[in-house]
Ligand binder design. Structure first.
Ligand code: SF4
Length: 169
C-alpha cells in the first residue's frame, strides 16, 4: 500500500532559522506549545531533513546561513514544501539590503507559501501550513502520475526486459 495516502495526514516539519531575530521562531514554537498545539493535527517537528515534508524557514538568509539552507533543503525527499515565515523570510524585511544579508529565502530555494508579518502570528503560521498541505497533496499526486507503464515487458533471451515499459509523460 502506498504511504503517500497518509503523508498529508501526518506531515513532518523541519524548522530552520536562516538568520532571524528569533521573533518568528518564538511564534513557531508557540504553534507547537499546548495553546495552539499543531501536533493535534498529526504534525511533528523533526530535526532530520531526510524525514521532513514541510520546511519552515525564518530570517533574511544571512551570508553564513545560506549554504546550510540549500544543503538542508537538498536533503529533504520529494515531494517537499517550503514555507517562508515572517517578512524577513519573504523579502528580507528590515534587514533587506544589509551587508550580511541576502534578502528573502526564495533567492536560494523555491518557496511555496509566504507567511508575512513581523513576527508572523501563530494563526497565520497554521494557515500557511494548511495551505502547504494542499500543495504537498498536489505534488504527491503529480509525482505518482509522472511515470506511466504503458508498454508490455519484452521477453529477450529467456529474460524479461522491463526497461522500456516506463515512459515519462
Ligand atoms: S519578520 Fe520581524 S520578527 Fe520575524 S525575523 Fe524578521 S524582524 Fe524578526
Amino acid at each position: 500500500m502506498s504511504l503517500n495516502k497518509f503523508r498529508t495526514k501526518s506531515p513532518w516539519i523541519l524548522h530552520y532559522n536562516a538568520g532571524s531575530c528569533n521573533g518568528c521562531d518564538i511564534e513557531i514554537l508557540a504553534c507547537l506549545a499546548p495553546k495552539y498545539d499543531i501536533e493535534r493535527f498529526g504534525m511533528i517537528n523533526t530535526g532530520n531533513p531526510k524525514q521532513s515534508d514541510i520546511m519552515l524557514v525564518t530570517g533574511p538568509v544571512t551570508k553564513r546561513s545560506r549554504e546550510r539552507l540549500v544543503d538542508i533543503y537538498s536533503q529533504m525527499p520529494e515531494p517537499k514544501v517550503v514555507i517562508a515565515c515572517g517578512s524577513c523570510g519573504c523579502t528580507g524585511g528590515v534587514f533587506r539590503g544589509m551587508y550580511n544579508c541576502e534578502g528573502g529565502i526564495d533567492q536560494y530555494i523555491p518557496v511555496d507559501v509566504y507567511v508575512p508579518g513581523c513576527g508572523c502570528r501563530p494563526e497565520q503560521i497554521i494557515a500557511g501550513v494548511v495551505e502547504a498541505l494542499a500543495i504537498l497533496e498536489k505534488k504527491t499526486k503529480d509525482m505518482e502520475g509522472s511515470v506511466k507503464l504503458h508498454n508490455d515487458p519484452i521477453e529477450q533471451d529467456g529474460q524479461t526486459n522491463r526497461r522500456e515499459v516506463a515512459a515519462v509523460i
